[in-house]
Design a protein around this ligand. Structure first.
Ligand SMILES: Cc1cc2nc3c(=O)[nH]c(=O)nc-3n(C[C@H](O)[C@H](O)[C@H](O)COP(=O)(O)OP(=O)(O)OC[C@H]3O[C@@H](n4cnc5c(N)ncnc54)[C@H](O)[C@@H]3O)c2cc1C
Length: 412
């Protein structure tokens, strides 16, 4: 493998891809950069899509797009939008495009993210059935939100609950169907799931746990859904929030190792040395969680995209990301870092009733995870404790009047 690549092609022009391209230039790469994206828009932030943009689809925040189009030209980043990369020719180091074009590059970074999962049930092709991944999806859902409309959200994960909160704020009658016995079970403990359940129900969201969807009813438009136990729920719109599948087919078809995403090492390198991957599609060893993990959040997409670029430029530092995500639902800002599912000691700082508290997750005395609700300042301190493997005094941690900086100092 030559040490100094002259060209890099990045497939997938969103967060990971955008950050990879930026980082290459900022770190002094002078060669050609190609950024190829299937969506019509340049890289943008998806978080507002399920939050403010559902309520105010015309009030696009200035910060939605990473950069305006001029920036890419100024940086000599060749942006090709609205075109799908259809094949990787590895021996030829060539990306084939669905429009017949081809791009040759010394290195390729796969930043293809994930595709919102659909459900193969009767009625799922009706026009008022939506997934939520892109700006276009968000606009289509926003157009159907109006006071008095009935919205059924399938999935009580982060995206489903954010959509439920936004739809309820818009005055819709909202039902959430969640097949699992709790909410957000992939990322929070049953106690936090119950807290969220209570908050959503208090806002009038009808949450039905242990309930899947069997069919969507209606001839030309959605009229109702039928749940697994045969219950009929009236609906004007159905939003599916049932997760994403990593968009790893391009890599797999080219013979690159995949398993729930593109397998990469600590340097974002795939099983083929000149090909890298980053963002929602990349499955990487994570020292904080132990084992491999495919993270689906903004912080990881940005930092891993940047790390792939740096690895291409010769960095030998392993990418070690502390898993972190946030979600906004009604007046709740929930943030979580590290391992918030497995702990031998859980310390609550504050009370659930106050709707402003933090939870520290300890394993043999060391902080492994932290979750905050409307306490963003505690998150910064909690992250520090995790990254420094600190063993703080549990009693002090539990006292909401104590100073976390002092606790960190004492444990350092
Ligand atoms: C509605 C919503 C709300 C979210 N809210 C939060 C939040 O509050 N906090 C948080 O941390 N995270 C949030 N996320 C997650 C976060 O947005 C993702 O983790 C992040 O977008 C991942 O970036 P990515 O670049 O890896 O992948 P993506 O954003 O999925 O981008 C991949 C891009 O690649 C393109 N692509 C795929 N295949 C090809 C191909 N063959 N050729 C060309 N282009 C291709 C796709 O069209 C897409 O544009 C949210 C996600 C959604 C959908």
């Amino acid at each position: 493998m030559s040490e100094t690549p002259k060209s890099v092609a990045i497939i997938g022009a969103n967060l990971a891809g955008g950050w990879a391209a930026d980082t290459l230039r900022q770190k002094g790469f002078e060669g050609d950069i190609f950024l190829i994206g299937e969506e019509p828009d340049p890289p943008y932030e998806r978080p507002p899509l399920s939050k403010d943009l559902l309520l105010h689809p015309d009030a696009m925040p200035k910060t939605l797009f990473l950069h305006d189009l001029d920036y890419y030209a100024q940086q000599r980043i060749t942006l090709q939008l609205g075109v799908r990369a259809s094949k990787l020719d590895l021996p030829g180091r060539r990306v084939e495009l669905a429009n017949g074009g081809q791009i040759s590059a010394d290195r390729i970074i796969l930043c293809t993210g994930g595709d919102a999962r659909k459900l193969p049930i009767p009625g799922s092709e009706l026009p008022q059935v939506h997934c939520l991944r892109t700006l276009a999806d968000s606009r289509a859902i926003a157009a159907g939100l109006a006071p008095g409309k009935s919205v059924v959200v399938v999935g009580g994960g982060v995206i489903g609950l954010e959509v439920a909160a936004s739809a309820a704020k818009a005055g819709c009658k909202v039902t959430v169907l969640e097949a699992a016995p709790g909410l957000m079970t992939r990322v929070v403990t049953p106690e936090i799931g119950n807290f969220l359940l209570h908050c959503h129900r208090a806002e009038g969201v009808d949450i039905r746990l242990g309930q899947g969807i069997a069919a969507i009813l209606g001839a030309r438009a959605v009229q109702a859904v039928e749940t697994g136990d045969g219950t009929r729920i009236d609906a004007d719109m159905v939003v599916l929030g049932v997760g994403i599948d990593p968009a790893d087919a391009l890599a797999r078809d080219a013979g690159i190792a995949t398993d729930n995403g593109v397998i990469v090492d600590a340097h974002c390198r795939t099983s083929v040395a000149e090909i890298f991957a980053a963002g929602d599609v990349a499955n990487q060893p994570n020292p904080y969680l132990g084992g491999r993990v495919r993270l689906e959040n903004v912080q990881n997409a940005q930092n891993q995209g940047a790390a792939a670029a740096e690895a291409i430029l010769g960095s030998t530092a392993p990418f070690e990301e502390l898993p972190y995500f946030w979600t906004d639902q009604f007046d709740l800002n929930v943030q979580a870092a590290g391992d918030t599912l497995h702990a031998d000691q859980t310390i609550l700082r504050g009370t659930l009733e106050s709707r402003a508290f933090s939870v520290f997750y300890l394993d043999q005395g060391a902080v492994k995870g932290v979750l905050t609700v409307n306490q963003p300042k505690d998150m910064a301190h909690g992250r520090r404790m995790i990254m420094r493997h600190l063993r703080p005094d549990p009693a002090a941690l539990a006292d909401p009047g104590s100073d976390l900086r002092q606790i960190i100092k004492a444990a350092s």
